[in-house]
Design a protein around this ligand. Structure first.
Ligand SMILES: Cc1cc2nc3c(=O)[nH]c(=O)nc-3n(C[C@H](O)[C@H](O)[C@H](O)COP(=O)(O)OP(=O)(O)OC[C@H]3O[C@@H](n4cnc5c(N)ncnc54)[C@H](O)[C@@H]3O)c2cc1C
Length: 508
């Protein structure tokens, strides 16, 4: 029988943003409830198991987790950092960048001094460009107060803030290889030439240069730990509860209703799902047509094709580096590939189920894929909760793409297939169905440095007690979404008080 439940804050979606908001607000004494449509919490933090091994779907490495660094401070305040099982990646190359036309590989080092030193050994005539790049990345990331756990309202305004990432790198040096190496881990932000702001590149690169970590046995532990905090503070997380409607009366959302007709009323509501999807949940007149059209008209980042490989036992040595490959000298191709040029790039993430393993247990290989490639099967929806086979033609499509990608991998790793025990694939449809976006977008709304106002989404909405959080607000990624969640909470709790508490928790 449908029931009504009452809370201080109801959160729609248990992605990282929803869970961080739930943890912060419940720590601050609120009774929170998170409604999640899936069987598993975490959104892109979800893992799955095959052959007894854990596979990450959407978190392969995370920056800023050395003691005293930004993500460490936020996670420490939340009470989860000491419980996360992770390992630091190779200081002398957490990311390796390789090109089709060359045997040589390039490494991104950890710590700005090492980062510079390694790049200088590869590009000895580019000292000025490398020094400028490092100074600019630090200057730009320090311009965003919350990113450095500060409650200052004032942004340290500078010319870098309105620049585009690709334009910046083009102006930085004529050396195309260096430019691509500097954008070499671009899978983690799906950069778009002429659009992606330099700050998106800078905030992500800066955090990885500061320190890069990989989770042992799955990044879903972030979700599990946040869930523990929320439940210990009296909060509820209800899985298999898909929010179907947000009902507004008198300028406020009064309740969220799930597909079974259960109602959840609260003082405040936070939506952790795509802003365009959020607005589809309410017919409130306060949400003007122009705002709805603007949200619906925003471009989403490209999607992904992924191969999750279960490796043969003791077959492939475990590498504490990610491997990023480019067939083209230009990193900024994004979704502008053809059948022939795909996959012009891929990112390869080995993983182990124990720290300091000699051999890798699994490896995930990811490359960009446009949603239109899977349009034929767009009417099919398949998750563990609602099983629905997409048919033989889809199976064949995935097999053909996987084998093509593996052919390209074997250019650099001859005979790579001999390590494979079995493999599983995911397409834009998998990400669409598990996360609930329209098109399986990797990182949500594409930010445009030439049109910041249109592509910036505020956590506030025209409905006084409805707020937004997650990767579409501010910036994506584990660090970006965590900062965004604190920003969202600062709409309900005084920002200075909240940030002071984060800093106080990190005093020793
Ligand atoms: C392939 C891939 C690789 C990535 N790699 C990295 C990486 O290495 N490092 C890194 O830092 N970041 C990485 N990211 C990005 C990072 O994972 C995301 O930015 C972040 O997890 C997004 O969090 P979110 O709060 O926006 O929620 P999301 O993950 O988008 O979750 C939203 C949640 O809302 C739920 N939901 C949707 N509709 C409803 C509804 N109507 N009712 C109830 N619940 C609903 C969904 O089921 C989901 O659980 C990667 C992402 C992808 C896709």
């Amino acid at each position: 029988m449908a029931r009504t439940h009452t809370y201080d804050t109801v959160i729609i979606g248990s992605g990282l943003g929803g869970l961080v908001c739930g943890a912060v607000l419940s720590k601050e004494g609120q009774r929170v409830c998170i409604l999640e449509k899936n069987e598993q919490i975490g959104g892109n933090l979800q893992t799955f198991k095959r052959d007894g091994k854990t596979f990450d779907t959407g978190v392969h490495y995370v920056g800023g987790l050395d003691k005293g660094q930004n993500l460490y401070k936020y996670f420490n305040y939340l009470g989860i950092v000491d419980r996360l099982h992770m390992e630091r990646l190779d200081e002398n190359g957490f990311d390796i960048v390789a090109f089709k036309d060359s045997e040589r590989t390039y490494k991104l080092g950890m710590g700005y001094d090492r980062f510079k030193e390694i790049l200088l050994s590869d590009f000895p005539f580019e000292e000025a460009a490398i020094n400028k790049y490092c100074a600019d990345m630090q200057k730009l990331s320090k311009s965003y107060p919350m990113y450095y756990v500060s409650a200052a309202e004032q942004y340290d305004s500078n010319e870098l803030m309105s620049m585009g990432a690709e334009e910046y790198l083009t102006a930085l040096t004529d050396n195309k290889k260096l430019r691509t190496v500097l954008a070499g881990n671009m899978f983690v932000y799906a950069g778009v030439a002429g659009k992606t702001p330099l700050y998106v590149h800078a905030l992500i690169e800066d955090s990885y240069i500061e320190s890069a970590y990989r989770f042992i046995d799955g990044g879903d532990q972030i979700a599990q730990q946040l869930s523990r905090v929320i439940k210990n503070n009296g909060g509820d997380i209800l899985r298999k509860h898909e929010v179907a409607t947000l009902v507004e009366e008198g300028g406020k959302v009064v309740y969220a209703e799930d597909a079974e007709g259960n109602r959840f009323s609260a003082d405040n509501f936070i939506s952790n799902i795509h802003p365009a999807q959020t607005m589809k949940l309410t017919d409130s007149k306060l949400i003007r047509g122009a705002y709805r059209s603007r949200l619906n008209g925003l471009e989403n980042s490209v999607s992904v094709f992924a191969i999750y490989i279960s490796l043969k036992e003791h077959s492939l040595l475990y590498d504490k580096s990610n491997f990023n490959y480019f067939a083209e000298p230009d990193a900024w191709v994004g979704g502008n590939y053809t059948e022939d040029t795909w996959p012009y790039m891929y990112a390869m993430y080995p993983a182990a189920m124990q720290a300091d393993s000699k051999y890798a247990d699994t490896i995930s290989i990811m490359c960009f894929m446009r949603y239109d490639e899977v349009q034929t099967w767009a009417d099919t929806h398949n998750t563990t909760l609602k099983k629905n086979e997409r048919g033989e033609t889809y199976t064949q499509f995935k097999k053909r793409k996987a084998e093509k990608l593996l052919d390209v991998v074997e250019e650099k790793f001859p005979d790579f297939r001999r390590h494979i025990e079995s493999y599983y694939t995911a397409t834009p449809l998998t990400f669409r169905d598990y996360i609930g976006s329209d098109d399986g977008t990797l990182y949500g709304i594409v930010k445009d440095h030439k049109d910041m106002a249109r592509t910036y989404i505020s956590p506030r909405t025209k409905i006084a007690n409805l707020y937004l959080t997650g990767q579409n607000i501010n910036i994506h990624g584990v660090l970006g979404v965590t900062v965004s969640a604190f920003l969202t909470c600062s709409m309900m709790i005084d920002k200075k008080t909240l940030i002071d508490k984060v800093n106080d928790a990190n005093k020793n």
